[in-house]
Design a protein around this ligand. Sequence first.
Ligand SMILES: *Cc1c(COP(=O)(O)O)cnc(C)c1O
Length: 345
Amino acid sequence: MQIDLRSDTVTKPTQEMREAMLYALVGDDVYGEDPTINQLEQLSANILGKEAALFLTSGTQANQVAVLSQTRPGEEIILEKNSHLFYYETGGLASLAGVQARTLEGINGQMQMDDIQDAIRGNDIHYPKTSLIALENTHARSGGRISPTSYMNDVYTLANNQGISVHLDGARIFNASIGLGVPPKEIAQYADTVQFCLSKGLSAPMGSILAGKKEVIAKARKWRKTLGGGTRQAGVVGAAGIIALEKMIDRLVFDHENAKELARKLEPLPGLNIDSVGIESNIVILSVKELGIDSVQFAQLLKERGVLANALEKYKVRFVTHREIGEDDIKKVSEVIRDITILYQ
Ligand SMILES: *Cc1c(COP(=O)(O)O)cnc(C)c1O
């Protein structure tokens, strides 16, 4: 059996989810007649403290629909240079929404307030209009770092004062919520629209939610149709999403503990670079540069020993803890890595 730490997306639906899927009440969701999807959307809106919510096929689709619903072609969106929206969505900002990306370098995923202020366009005939600021919490490529609500408040206040909308890519907002010890609402209140994934640590087979004001979600519903994301008896998968929200959030704390424990075990090993203090959620990023091999080679060595991880950058390897990873696995993985470091000393 391989220990799969590539992503929390590899989690499979639970037995309870499969049973809920089997017996789900369904209807045609394009007509708004799927009772399970309607329930999931209502539940999601309540959890985030938003007026309305929409079920989409993936986080990427939800992010793109959020941009499409809150910008016009030729406008500008401010976002962090390692954000998923910019880095991993196949250039959809350009090809779908036709917006220009103004990327800023963040610290632990957080763009600096001064930089954001400077990046907001003034009233000059040469300038595009700044229409959206996108945040990501937890921030994946910085190693699952969590932005505090005070930071989100600062960004939201700045944006609001200038009539700019804020979108939160909260693919892992529940990890942020658990990490901060505040309800998801308290994070979501500092964004006009919020996206989260049901299919990551929450273990549902597919789906994301976009939440916000009624008018924005009505636009989003239309854009979802444009992108081919209007589905029919979607309650079959939505039923798993309801279980995800009702049963799978609280246990994320174990994933955080396991990530922290893995980092602590790896920290003393020679040739590795890792900062266990910076592990705030379920992502561990390890630099293998001093071992004299690159991340692809390191991932290959892991694979040969039954451990799967992702090469993130030339020398950085990413491990993501999730429901199917237990304490024993963490121990095993740290032993495998220790053995590799011995080989390369
Ligand atoms: C995974 C992820 C997404 C996209 O979700 P998919 O369902 O894989 O399209 C968006 N943003 C962040 C931060 C993510 O981690």
